[in-house]
Design a protein around this ligand. Structure first.
Ligand code: BTN
Length: 257
């Protein structure tokens, strides 16, 4: 059972997580916040679920997570045109917030995988799904969904990338309430930094990306591109070095070759 009081005691934010919805079960926390008919109109609202019946991942994949063991939650952002012009950076900030929290609380050294996965020992422990609602090509709502494997011990089924959890890597259970509060605290700090220093976010992200310089493949729909992971550019796009030169990759699924 998630202890809301304990979570509240550890939360140091001004707005993120101050409006908080807890669900035992929901289809998807992202879907809930994207749906305007739920009438949630406070920026920073967090929807947390112990279990999602239709958890969603990037590229139309599903996200499955055992009930009551992990963190599956989404954060709503509203009325922030400046931030909405930098959605790539919001992605990076969310991944960094998780990574920094794992470093601070458990001295784990996570690795960031472009665009926004968090790996421990080269296995996936966290995925992030950023989605928007637009009207007349204006972004009205942005939802950042985070699925973090915390205390799950076994993973059944097929996975696009081998999964792991903090518990498996650390060898002990961790307190989800403290971890969630730490992630939200760090996310708010990073988003505030974005306004003044977005390069710092990219640099902090790059410090934790160990795949730069390695041979990779990028899957985009049915096409696979091979090359060397050259760098991340100032907009957060991946630069792939191929025989033809440097190609800018805006989206796709990265694998090490
Ligand atoms: C990915 O790695 O493909 C992204 C996974 C994102 C999963 C989270 S869990 C909370 C939120 N609700 C969803 O349905 N998806 C995101």
């Amino acid at each position: 059972m998630f202890n809301l009081e304990l979570f509240g005691l550890k939360l140091n934010t001004n707005y993120i997580g101050r409006n908080f919805f807890y669900f035992e079960e929901i289809d998807s926390t992202n879907t809930y916040l994207l749906d305007k008919s739920n009438n949630i109109d406070i920026s920073g609202t967090v929807v947390f679920a112990e279990f999602q019946t239709k958890g969603r991942g990037r590229m139309d994949r599903s996200w499955s997570s055992n009930s009551g063991q992990n963190l599956t939650f989404s954060i709503l952002f509203l009325d922030n045109p400046k931030l909405f012009q930098m959605l790539n950076f919001l992605n990076f900030s969310a991944a960094l917030a998780v990574a920094v929290s794992l470093e601070n609380l458990y001295q784990i050294k996570p690795e960031l995988k472009w665009p926004n996965d968090i790996l421990i020992s080269r296995k996936k422990t966290c995925g992030i799904l950023v989605e928007t609602v637009t009207s007349n090509s204006n972004i009205e709502r942005v939802v950042v969904g985070i699925g973090l494997n915390v205390n799950q011990n076994h993973f059944k089924g097929e996975f696009n990338y081998p999964p792991t959890s903090i518990r498996i890597e650390l060898g002990k259970e961790v307190e989800r309430e403290r971890l969630l509060a730490e992630i939200l605290n760090n996310l708010e700090i990073l988003i505030n930094k974005l306004k003044s220093n977005k390069n710092q976010i990219i640099n902090e992200w790059k410090l934790r990306c160990k795949m730069i310089g390695e041979k990779i493949s990028i899957k985009q729909n049915n096409e696979v591109k091979f090359g060397i992971f050259d760098d991340i550019d100032d907009n957060g796009f991946l630069l792939l070095k191929t025989k033809a030169g440097i190609e800018k990759i805006t989206a796709g699924d990265l694998s090490l070759v």
